[in-house]
Design a protein around this ligand. Structure first.
Ligand code: TRP
Length: 373
């Protein structure tokens, strides 16, 4: 067991890819999402397809929601680059939960971007508004039941939490969770804990429960925040936040999808000719020769194109299964398959681009307050 533990490192600031998600259940106590999917009448495709794969205490929150308790989703984005299809998977979840009637709280993590990625303040603020908020609106986020705030521009009680939290944690505890720390990382850790817990304060809505959908790399923050929550349960009336975890998309080149390697991702703002080029170059689950592919069949589970269908382009389960089977049987070859993916991606992006232009004009009006510098 101890041996195993060394193989997986969750690093919220790194670029580690997580090879074996099942290990997260045994090593870190994350529970399978399958357990809670029955709470939803119409689970989203990301839930049904196992992309949202894990949770902590989400059953508690869903039960409370059914009983009419006040529940909010809270999650955050560090504005450090352009938005790609990997980010879209989180937006899709947020929009799904909003449609189910959950209140939504979104943190624009400008303090974190400044502290750990060294992005210039002005650029962070611009990216947050024009990339993150505008894209979220274009994808379907609505103004009702929604609060979007910058970490650096909200009410004083939020900052008071950061100060209070820092009093109840030791350096040894932090090092045990995060390894090497810098002052900037410490600031962003406490800030993220304040993000997650502040909606339970009266002046931020007094929510009974908070749940946090995140990528699995964020679990250290979740564990840390749940501990802090326990320590302030009597003083501030906090309840442990719940969380859900989703898988990351694989990059088009087989590595991690990341804005720092433009060839690994399709950005929501990529022009058509770039999309065509990137998809044509994408790594597939195809074999070395056509003869081999016809004989052995392709490997959709190793294919970046199939992942685009799975996450984004093929909401209909029957269509998806059909592609999967035809690929496995060697009937569908990569060239034809890429053509279809290109067609679907271009259609989606064409429509999205129009919505995005309109969304940019109104994005600021969705945000609580814009920091001046
Ligand atoms: N750290 C997150 C990221 O790197 C962003 C974030 C900030 C966040 N505050 C949060 C995520 C609160 C979940 C909850 O993307």
């Amino acid at each position: 067991m101890e041996e195993n533990k060394k193989e997986i490192i969750l690093d919220p600031w790194g670029y580690s890819s997580i090879e074996d998600y099942d290990k997260l259940f045994t090593l870190f106590g994350i529970r399978p999402f399958k357990e809670v999917i029955h709470y939803f009448e119409n689970p989203s495709i990301l839930m049904k397809r196992g992309i949202v794969f894990g949770h902590r205490d989400f059953d508690v929150v869903l039960r409370a929601f059914k009983e009419g308790k006040k529940v909010t989703l809270l999650t955050g984005f560090m504005p450090s680059g352009k938005l790609h299809f990997g980010h879209k998977a989180l937006f899709d979840q947020i929009i799904y939960y909003q449609k189910q009637g959950f209140h939504i709280n979104l943190a624009l993590a400008d303090i974190e971007a400044y502290s750990v990625r060294k992005v210039e303040r002005k650029e962070t603020i611009r990216l947050a508004i024009e990339e993150y908020v505008a894209n979220a609106i274009a994808l379907g986020l609505e103004k009702k039941n929604l609060r979007i705030y910058f970490q650096s521009a909200t009410k004083p009680a939020y900052y008071r939490l950061i100060q209070m939290f820092s009093q109840k944690v030791t350096m040894a505890e932090m090092t045990a969770i995060y390894g090497d720390l810098t002052p900037g990382k410490i600031v962003s850790v406490f800030t993220q804990a304040a993000d997650i817990l502040h909606p339970m304060l009266e002046e931020f809505g007094g929510y009974d429960y908070v749940f946090v959908p995140v990528g699995a790399d964020q679990d250290p923050h979740i564990r840390f925040t749940r501990d802090i929550s326990d320590r302030f349960s009597s003083e501030l009336g906090f309840r442990r936040p719940a969380s859900t975890y989703h898988r990351f998309m694989t990059g088009l080149d087989g590595g991690k999808m990341s804005s720092s390697r433009p060839e690994s991702a399709i950005f929501l703002s990529d022009p058509p000719e770039i999309v065509v080029k990137k998809l044509n170059n994408a790594l597939t689950g195809g074999r070395a020769t056509i003869e081999e592919q016809k004989r052995l069949g392709g490997e959709p589970l190793k294919c970046a194109i199939y992942e685009m269908y799975l996450y984004h382009l093929m909401p209909n389960d029957k269509d998806l299964l059909d592609i999967f089977m035809r690929c496995r049987r060697g009937e569908l070859l990569c060239g034809e398959d890429k053509k279809l993916a290109i067609e679907k991606t271009l259609k989606f992006l064409d429509d999205h681009r129009k919505k995005l232009e309109q969304a940019k004009d109104v994005a600021e009006s969705y945000i609580e307050e814009i920091p001046k510098f």
